[in-house]
Write a protein that binds this ligand. Structure first.
Ligand code: ADP
Ligand code: MG
Length: 613
């Protein structure tokens, strides 16, 4: 008898293995999108023909590949993402098994075009049946474009298993949605049969949710955010009235990977108990980050199930977090939303998640992973952002000072300014005149302070240093106010959002021309957030022609003007004291940011002279 065992030819082996990774067009979409994310792309475009059966193409602006890598990437177990078994526990990428492209090349006709930033020309490669058919240099932008054509052209049995175009397209949109949700800071688009279905500008998670899941969630989302020693949860849950009769719009991501978990879903459903009909489904997009040691890391990357070390804690945590969020933002306070006492006792719920603990957790292991910088919910250590804005501060400071210097010169000819002319006696009594001026005794006589001008100077100097190194205390609104703006104002506010955040204003875009004011500086009285922003924009526009000011400088000036106590307002003794004290602690107390005097000094000898004494 002859021996029977034969080694399968590579392309057949690849085809068989491919069956595990690429079951349908949507699986290829997921792999290609994740590769683009892993390559550090900020712009990822997905193009589909015929529900992916004839074409799936992903174009990214990521790092690209060298000529050798471009050939290598189609080999089975070809990966740049891990080198040894330890790396498995520090995965920073979505992929690592090096199987996707090999599988794709085994079951379709692939055209790859790629170029690295540092290379003059790119490389074009055609692969079919796992065999390179063509390779040539090509002019290409930095990044990678992979087109896979005629999926399963060589495996007719598989091809026949594919569902209708509508069904396959739904799977593709699902995968696209999941990836796009986990990376809101990346631009994504999806074009199918020449029609653009999604065009997702980079933005916040909330924006991304509204872009993807629909405008009807506008102003209907409550923020879920709890941080503990054990785990963090971040995301949004739909207000009870957005619950639907069909399941869907329910997303869990664990360490930024989409997972299916009936168990955790149950926890969320429990949090909604008695708030929604028992046969309806709330919307949620929740990101859970926990130490990977608490998760079974050995899960198959294409599998969406997950095992937690301690399921009960995760369950209780998710439930408590969602309950808490709903309770805080609920507009139906008649229901009882108190947290279950037993859950409140859980150490995981009680322990604060300190900065150190957070760093400790995030710096270990694969928690760190999955191209963190793109994660919406990744709490970036502020260093980088600060560094970036340092320049801003520096520039605006310079401009501010230069401007003041120049103004000061002019002013000095008009007023004789003395720093700290006050007698700083603790019992000094102040008098308010005309509800506008404060009279305060000075060393040589007295000063007449204009309360509004003085306050503008005080706020200006305070705001200028706000955010420089130290975080600003923001008070979250219990009932976030929605702001509907005219298009021009909306565009303006969009530009200012990140600067405003540094100043303690949490404003989130919400669909087209709407915004939600989630929080204001802690020291600001709550209740008229809407007016504050309206007025701020008005004020800002007054400065908009001042090209010499940076955006930040304009904003600070606007805020100072807008928040300042107005002339005509009665001040208490304590308020006067505070204001006068703050004013003369300013670097430049004598003028407003615009250069008007904040006070006038009347010297006794001058007065005496005037009275002929
Ligand atoms: P894995 O992602 O598990 O490493 P893949 O088969 O998906 O395996 O990809 C193989 C390798 O090809 C990757 O490790 C990466 O180095 C390279 N690669 C794939 N897609 C891209 C892309 N869009 N841009 C740059 N490099 C890529
Ligand atoms: Mg991959």
């Amino acid at each position: 008898m002859p021996d029977k065992i034969l080694l399968l030819p590579d392309n057949i082996a690849n085809q068989i293995a491919a069956g595990e990774v690429i079951q349908r067009p949507a699986s290829a979409v997921k792999e290609l999108l994740e590769n683009a994310v892993d390559a550090g792309a900020t712009d990822i475009r997905l193009i589909i023909q015929d529900a992916g059966k004839s074409l799936i193409q992903v174009i990214d602006n990521g790092g690209g590949m060298s000529e050798t890598d471009a050939r290598m990437c189609f080999e089975r177990h070809a990966t740049s993402k891990i080198k040894n078994i330890e790396d498995l526990f520090h995965i920073k990428t979505m992929g690592f098994r090096g199987e996707a492209l090999a599988s794709i090349a085994a079951v379709s006709q692939v055209e790859l075009k790629t170029k690295r930033e540092s290379d003059e020309t790119g490389v074009y490669i055609e692969v079919e049946n796992s065999v390179v058919k063509k390779q040539e240099p090509v002019a290409a932008p930095t990044g990678t474009s992979i087109a896979m054509k005629n999926l399963f052209f060589n495996v007719p049995a598989r091809r026949n298993f594919l569902k209708s175009n509508a069904a396959e397209m739904r799977h593709i949109v699902d995968e696209f949605t999941r990836v796009a949700l986990s990376f809101p800071h990346i631009f994504f688009s999806l074009t199918a049969n020449g029609q653009q279905l999604f065009h997702l500008e980079a933005g916040s998670l909330k924006q991304r949710i509204v872009q993807l899941l629909g405008n009807n969630y506008n102003a209907k989302l409550v923020t879920v955010r709890e941080e503990t020693d054990y785990m963090n949860i971040y995301g949004f849950a739909g207000k009870p009235d957005t619950a639907k009769k069909t399941r869907g719009d329910q997303y869990f991501f664990v360490n930024n990977r989409y997972i299916k978990s009936p168990y955790l879903n149950h926890a969320v459903m429990n949090a909604y108990q008695e708030m929604i009909a028992s046969d309806s489904f709330p919307m949620y997009v929740l990101f859970i980050d926990l130490n990977p040691e608490q998760v079974d890391v050995n899960v198959h990357p294409t599998k969406q199930e997950i095992k937690f070390e301690d399921e009960k804690i995760v369950y209780a945590f998710v439930q408590a977090a969602v309950k808490h969020a709903l309770a805080q933002f609920s507009v139906t306070p008649t229901l009882d939303f108190d947290l279950d006492a037993s859950i409140q006792q859980l150490p995981a719920i009680q322990q604060p998640f300190t900065q150190e603990k957070q760093t400790a957790v995030t710096s270990t292991s694969i928690f760190k992973g999955f191209t963190q910088k793109h994660q919406a919910h990744f709490i970036e250590s502020s260093q980088k952002t600060e560094l970036k804005h340092w320049k801003d501060f520096y520039e605006s400071n310079e401009q501010g000072t230069r401007n003041n210097e120049q103004k000061k010169e002019e002013d000095e000819s008009r007023f004789i300014t003395h720093h700290l002319p006050l007698t700083t006696h603790p019992d000094t009594e102040f008098t308010q005149l005309l509800n506008t001026y404060i009279v305060a005794p000075s060393v040589n006589g007295f000063v007449l302070i204009h309360q509004q001008s003085a306050h503008e100077r005080v706020l200006y100097e305070q705001l200028k240093t706000t955010g420089q190194g130290k975080p600003v205390a923001t008070q979250r609104s219990m009932f976030p106010v929605t702001l509907e703006l005219a298009l021009a104002d909306a565009v303006l506010l969009h530009e200012l959002i990140s600067d405003l955040l540094e100043l303690g204003y949490m404003i989130e875009p919400f669909g087209k021309n709407s915004f939600v004011i989630q929080g204001t500086p802690a020291d600001l009285e709550q209740g008229n957030e809407k007016n504050i922003i309206d007025n701020l924009l008005e004020q800002y526009k007054h400065f908009s022609s001042e090209v010499k000011f940076s955006k930040r400088e304009k904003l600070v000036r606007s805020l100072a003007k807008q928040q300042a106590v107005k002339a005509g307002m009665r001040l208490t003794e304590r308020e006067m004291k505070q204001l006068v004290n703050d004013l003369f602690n300013c670097e430049q107390p004598n003028i407003t940011p615009e250069g008007n005097p904040t006070y006038l000094e009347f010297k006794k000898d001058q007065l005496d002279k005037m009275f002929g004494r």
